[in-house]
Design a protein around this ligand. Structure first.
Ligand code: G6P
Length: 366
């Protein structure tokens, strides 16, 4: 059963390994390759309802919030609608401006997180249209929202979210695609995206086949007491979730930073004891990310590059390779090796991976 460890040492490892299958479930019956779009039945939106949306606001807590940021980026890229993500704990208390033509997306694995539920209720009180992106059927947030998209990740036991996080991002890709296809996204771009999403399970399997190599890199850096995760634009939510995974299970101080902001403060922290994981997708910002690596190297900082590009020899101290996908889909795929990296680093340090200190799987009180 889902609650059976089988041959795995802990649930986090098992749940990482399940991702080709759980992503397949999230996609099942929802992709339309003929029209290059996605159909999310639980939304009950027809094209006119979709066109009425002028803005999308994602909210949730922890990894769910980071997944929302990735989703917001995809909505902006494909639908050209303003979109952003916010922690539910902020949204519920800051008296947000609630607009009728905004689609609010509540994100939660458990469906029981107190801050997320309270944000849903506050938005609804002000007339906001809220849908859920929830894993647990029948949970409080799913019921409160009434409509939405289930994640179909299956039960997640490990405190550190992996397969639920990934399915959130996959569901947001489909939401962004369907918002894009009732606007200016062409059928051919839509089909290109559908094909990329369809091949994700296979590409995730390829990442997992490289687990031993990632584990080696994690082991090499397991003496570090602090680490940066650096990304820009598409790489930024990847860096944030990568840092989150590492800090929660290994207790290494991990901080995510936008690449371009390094020179405005954090460069002062770079030294041989502060490795940086740099997210380097092979997209139009490749040369920018290469110069970020050079800036870190020239201050004596070790660099682990996470990339699907051919980097100049010797540029980075360690390289974690990611298979190629479509550039917009890279952030979904790039997060998987960082889960594996965090897992093995924590494992090497002998941490209690499924039950990190001071944390709970589901935070149902404030
Ligand atoms: C806790 C968990 C995180 C999770 C967050 C939100 O902090 O440790 O892994 O991302 O809650 O949980 P939810 O169930 O709402 O996605």
């Amino acid at each position: 059963s889902d609650y059976d460890l089988g041959s795995y040492a802990n649930f986090m490892h098992k749940e990482i390994a399940e991702q080709p299958e759980s992503v397949r479930r999230a996609l099942l019956g929802r992709l339309d390759d003929r029209f290059g779009t996605a159909r999310l039945g639980g939304l009950n939106f027809d094209p006119r309802d979709l066109r009425r949306i002028r803005r999308v606001k994602f909210f949730g807590c922890g990894s769910a919030y980071y997944a929302g940021q990735l989703g917001a980026n995809l909505v902006e890229e494909w639908a050209r609608l303003p979109a952003d993500a916010e922690p539910a704990s902020e949204l519920r208390y800051r008296n947000p401006v609630v607009e009728e033509d905004t689609l609010y997306v509540a994100i939660s694995q458990s469906g029981e997180t107190a801050d997320t539920l309270a944000a849903v209720q506050e938005l609804q009180r002000k007339g906001g249209k809220v849908i859920g992106a929830v894993n647990t059927v029948g949970s409080a947030i799913a019921r409160e929202c009434g409509s939405g998209v289930f994640l179909h990740a299956g039960p997640e036991v490990s405190v550190a979210s992996t397969k639920a996080y990934t399915n959130m991002t996959v569901v947001f890709a489909m939401l962004a695609l369907s918002l894009g296809r009732v606007r200016d996204l062409s059928v051919s771009d839509g089909s290109r995206i559908v094909a990329a999403l369809d091949s994700l399970p296979q590409l995730i399997s390829e990442v997992l086949d490289g687990e031993d190599a990632i584990s080696e890199v994690a082991k090499e850096h397991s003496g570090a007491e602090r680490m940066f995760f650096i990304g820009r634009v598409r790489g930024w939510p990847v860096a944030r979730e990568g840092a989150q995974k590492l800090k929660e299970i290994s207790y290494v101080h991990a901080e995510a930073y936008q690449a371009g902001e390094l020179k405005h403060g954090p460069l002062a922290l770079i030294d041989p004891a502060m490795p940086s994981v740099v997210i380097v997708p092979d997209d139009e910002l490749l040369s920018k990310n290469i110069s970020t690596i050079e800036q870190i190297k020239s201050r004596g900082g070790p660099v682990i590059a996470l990339t699907n590009a051919e980097l100049p020899d010797g540029l980075a101290d360690s390289v974690i390779r990611v298979p190629r996908s479509e550039p917009e889909v890279d952030p979904i795929l790039f997060t998987i090796p960082l889960q594996v990296f965090a897992y093995h680093l924590a494992h090497h340090l002998g941490r209690d991976i499924d039950k990190p200190r001071n944390l709970a799987k589901s935070v149902t009180v404030e």
